[in-house]
Design a protein around this ligand. Structure first.
Ligand code: CA
Length: 418
């Protein structure tokens, strides 16, 4: 696949994350009401305004008047295809629609981004083998690093939809119950080991009731976002047995402002790694269901330059989102339009490929040295973290926009909580 040319000239650059090949969906405002928008080059096409003016018509519409993409998702794959085809045609070089569409463009630089969809429910998985090996080795030693079920089950936990926020939202360091060194009794205090997890998020676009196949799950995924699962490691270490993470993961989950559709990622499909233990038949993929997406993590101390602290790729995952979604339904669990599935932390094989500070600093034992000369084991107040990701085509790339979040100090612990 090569670059598709648009009459929006900034979309024809090899550097933009938003060529005509991409057309991701977001929600934006420029001082007034929030609207659904489609990124093209350095612009946003206001599709809410176009639909309201009768210049963009979707079957079963209106679908774009609620400042969220859930209505489009619920309308089904035929509408997803029709909208993408219409937009790719209308924004293509030489299209007759230029005269009617151009007045509905706004510069991304002038826009504030909002949550692109209403999250129905949020589930987070633990499906990166390098990450699971690293964390397991730190906590249990290399022989017991992987739980016995890990090579057979995409392990997950039910998170909180209320934790999901859009990129740019500040993240307040959590207070929580922490255990001191040397088996001291716990105390209530700010997390001192606040961390990130570099992940992709898959969005369920088609509801299901009862168990679905991996193929059906692949078809039901509307698109993907970049996702940062903010994690308080000291809260997690004390609370996680036996029911898994709880308050350690409930502070915030940041997502990219743009949903990149499965259709836009189609040219970048790739296979999951070789199985180390045969999967049960229901989890077997009939075709490549992962995607080749380069990822990076940047850390910027307040008022300083950023350092790229990690680079990896989504193709490191042991399980695809389709396998995770299929497994999620095995119990008969119903899935809803707008359900968000976090992939699990994405780490590559080398130290520079690790998608969390827990791994990058090996539990705090090997602090990172930033380009500024400062060191970090975990996040400090005032730090800004940016996640970035893009799939690379021939002379173009398909990206998500940065996922950023700045760490603000923990709230003062009130006297009654001490
Ligand atoms: Ca996670």
């Amino acid at each position: 696949m090569t670059l598709l040319k648009s009459w929006v000239s900034s979309a024809n650059s090899a550097e933009t994350e938003f060529p005509l090949n991409n057309l991701p969906y977001g929600v934006f405002s420029t001082g007034g009401a929030a609207a659904c928008g489609v990124a093209i080059g350095d612009q946003i096409l206001n599709v809410t305004a176009l639909e309201a003016a009768g210049k963009l018509t979707l079957a079963g519409g209106p679908l774009l008047q609620k400042a969220a993409w859930n209505d489009v998702m619920a309308a089904g794959p035929a509408v997803w295809d029709a909208l993408r085809t219409t937009l790719q045609s209308a924004l293509a070089e030489g299209a007759a629609e230029e005269a009617t569409f151009a007045p509905n463009l706004v510069a991304q630089a002038d826009a504030t981004m909002h949550m692109p969809f209403t999250v129905a429910e949020y589930t987070d998985f633990y499906a990166g083998k390098n990450h699971a090996m690293n964390v397991g080795t730190m906590f249990r030693g290399p022989e017991n690093a992987l739980p016995p079920n890990w090579l057979s089950i995409p392990i997950g936990y039910n998170g909180r939809a209320s934790s999901v926020v859009v990129s740019g939202t500040d993240v307040v360091r959590p207070n929580g119950q922490l255990k001191g060194p040397n088996d001291e009794l716990p105390r209530f205090a700010p997390s001192a080991r606040f961390d990130i997890e570099l992940e992709m998020g898959a969005i369920v676009g088609t509801a299901s009731d009862g168990m679905i196949s991996v193929d059906q799950a692949d078809d039901n995924i509307f698109g993907y976002v970049l996702l940062n699962d903010w994690s308080a490691r000291d809260i997690q270490a004390w609370e996680y047995q036996p029911l898994g993470p709880f308050q350690a993961k409930a502070t915030a989950t940041s997502i990219s402002p743009w949903i990149v559709t499965s259709a836009a990622l189609e040219p970048f499909r790739t296979t999951t790694p070789e199985r180390e233990r045969p999967l049960l038949p229901y989890l077997t993929e009939s075709k490549p269901m992962l995607y080749d997406i380069d990822l990076e993590v940047a850390l910027q101390p307040e008022g300083k330059d950023e350092t790229i602290v990690a680079r990896t790729n989504y193709n490191e995952m042991y399980y695809s989102a389709a396998q995770q979604l299929c497994h999620h339904t095995t119990s008969g669990c119903s899935m809803r339009v707008g359900d968000l599935l976090g992939s699990g932390t994405i780490s590559g094989p080398e130290k520079t490929n690790r998608g969390s500070f827990l791994e990058l600093s090996w539990g705090g034992k090997e602090p990172l040295t930033l380009d500024t000369g400062e060191t970090r084991s975990f996040l400090e107040d005032g730090d800004t973290v940016a996640l970035r990701g893009s799939a690379k085509g021939d002379g173009y790339r398909v990206g998500f926009g940065d996922v950023t979040g700045k760490i603000l100090p923990a709230p003062a612990v009130p006297d009654w909580a001490k």
